[in-house]
Design a protein around this ligand. Structure first.
Ligand code: KIV
Ligand code: ZN
Length: 522
């Protein structure tokens, strides 16, 4: 049997037919396009903090901002430029002299000059002819070059620009001294094959490195970005967590890891820092990363289904194509209705909780029950469920079992409960009222248990384990008999009434168990 699977072989063969560059540079625009995310605005200190982390991550270029937009923006870019970071610091400028000067004045290493080239932008936005746009692009590149900085030129809306004209613009800016050209898919309308093709077309007419800048309007930003390297693009624009205008830019973490793991091209990024910078941006922007976000989402390395957990515990590669440590993340085995005994056991070991096989079975079925009701089980829930079950007697020693408990309550009715119990095999049903639903159910329960009449409810304590209206209710009761023996018991349920019944019944069972022991002793 071949050592490699179908996908490995396909990728290897496919790669042979490609024009992959040896290295792809990462141009990060979190501080510029990322800041254009609706609702996001960084303070100068935040910008500096992000820039330092991007530098630690070793991105090749940091687009620090758009200096012409405000004095504050200009001084932020200046501050970042003055930090002596290893990454190239870049500033954005339109093709006007004023914009270019404002960028150059910040002491940046490079200026990213842009002007729209599509007919719709020319006619509706710029009100310029193609010739005028071309001239403006060339002038701006020349002005920036006169200041001795690196110049990257973007033809905004390139993917909706007439191809012959686009080539003409890129050829002209190359002649004017541009060091790199960038192909923006400004409104995210391209698909991988057309992006790859467009890069090839442009590569036929320019010699300087080609960069791409893909927006995510159709969720294709990462795919389009990595497809562009298949025909030789040497740089990709990205933003942390895919931040950016509208649906955002190609995400830094997805692009870097796809290049590395799927194309075998290793950008110089310190991948172990990817989760850290994602968390930083999440905190600063207040824009939560969806749990199922590739690479950095909370669930990116979480496994729930019993079969998957089993596989991962045997060998992580069964369901993990990347090791979480490589991106600074961690593996999480979650428990819900798909939980198997194996994952429950594993979690108990992690939490250093001892449980018998019978208790593990009961914990597993309780988790499945909760999962079926749509509850997600947090670590705190797991611990509480496990401890409540471990704190109860083995099932065969339980004298009292709850068969059914219901409560009717509301603003116009007296809370009334009926309870059905099995007491040492004897079926009993009773009902009672109370001042509230919990009081009613406890009264109904006690009305059925004349043999425990001496037990007093000394304490009743209710906690919600995690926040939210679906939090598990954690009820602890303290019962006391006439000899002042205490019986402390817990009930954990998604329903406070049922948790209260469980806690009471667990306490009563402890009382019976003590009596049985004493009977045997005498
Ligand atoms: O999306 C875009 O076209 C841009 C340009 C400024 C490159 O962000
Ligand atoms: Zn953009």
């Amino acid at each position: 049997m071949s050592e490699k699977g179908y996908i490995d072989e396909f990728i290897e063969n496919y790669k042979r037919s490609l024009d992959l560059p040896d290295q792809v540079k990462i141009f990060d625009t979190t501080l510029r396009d990322g800041e254009q995310t609706p609702g996001v605005s960084f303070t100068p200190d935040q910008k500096l903090r992000i820039a330092r982390q991007l530098n630690e991550l070793r991105v090749d270029v940091i687009e620090a901002g758009f200096p012409i937009v405000s004095e504050g923006e200009k001084s932020s870019v200046e501050r970042i430029s003055g930090e002596g970071l290893e990454s190239e610091i870049c500033a954005l400028a339109r093709t006007s002299e004023e914009d270019v000067e404002a960028a150059v004045d910040c002491g940046v290493d490079s200026v990213h000059v842009f002007i729209a080239t599509s007919d719709i932008h020319l006619e509706k936005k710029l009100k310029l002819t193609r010739e005028e746009v071309l001239k403006s692009a060339v002038n701006a590149v020349e002005t920036a070059k006169d200041h001795g900085v690196i110049v990257e030129f973007s033809a905004e809306d390139a993917t909706r620009t007439n191809l012959a004209y686009l080539k003409e613009v890129y050829e002209a800016v190359e002649d004017a001294g541009a060091d790199r050209i960038n192909i923006p898919d400004t409104v995210g309308v391209t698909i991988p094959v057309s992006m790859k093709n467009l890069v090839r077309e442009i590569k036929n007419v320019v010699e300087i490195p080609i960069s791409v800048h893909c927006h995510n309007d159709f969720g294709l930003a990462t795919s389009n970005s990595v497809a562009s390297v298949e025909s030789g693009a040497e740089q990709i624009h990205v933003a942390v967590n895919g931040l950016g205008e509208r649906a955002g830019n190609a995400s830094l973490e997805e692009v870097v890891m796809s290049l590395r793991s799927l194309y075998g091209i290793k950008p110089r990024i310190v991948t172990e820092g990817l989760s850290k910078i994602s968390n930083l941006l999440e905190t600063i922007t207040g824009i939560n990363v969806p749990p199922n976000k590739a690479i950095v989402g909370d669930n990116a390395f979480a496994h729930e289904a019993g079969i998957h957990v089993h596989g991962v515990l045997e060998s992580p590669g069964t369901y993990e194509v990347l090791s979480p440590e490589l991106v600074g993340h961690h593996r999480r085995l979650t428990l819900g209705k798909h939980a198997g005994k194996k994952s429950v056991k594993n979690q108990l070991v992690e939490l250093e909780i001892d449980a018998s096989e019978e208790q593990i079975d009961r914990i597993t079925s309780r988790l499945k029950e909760l999962g079926d009701k749509g509850k997600t089980i947090t670590d705190a829930d797991f611990r509480a469920v496990a401890e409540s079950i471990i704190g109860t007697l083995p099932q065969e020693e339980e004298a009292v079992k709850v068969e059914e408990a219901t409560v009717v309550t509301g603003s116009t009715v007296t809370p009334t409960s009926s309870v059905r119990l099995s007491v040492k095999g004897d079926d009993r049903t009773g009902s009672a009222t109370g001042v509230g639903p919990v009081d009613a159910v406890i009264n109904a329960l006690r009305s059925l248990m004349s043999e425990t009449a001496e037990l007093r409810l000394k304490e009743y304590h209710l906690d919600a384990i995690t926040g939210g209206s679906d939090a598990l209710a954690d009820v602890t009761v303290k019962l006391e008999d006439d000899d002042n023996n205490l019986y402390i018991a817990k009930g954990i349920r998604e329903d406070v009434v049922l948790a209260s019944v469980d806690a009471m019944v667990n306490g009563i069972n402890r009382y019976f168990a003590k009596q049985e022991k004493e009977k045997k002793r005498s």
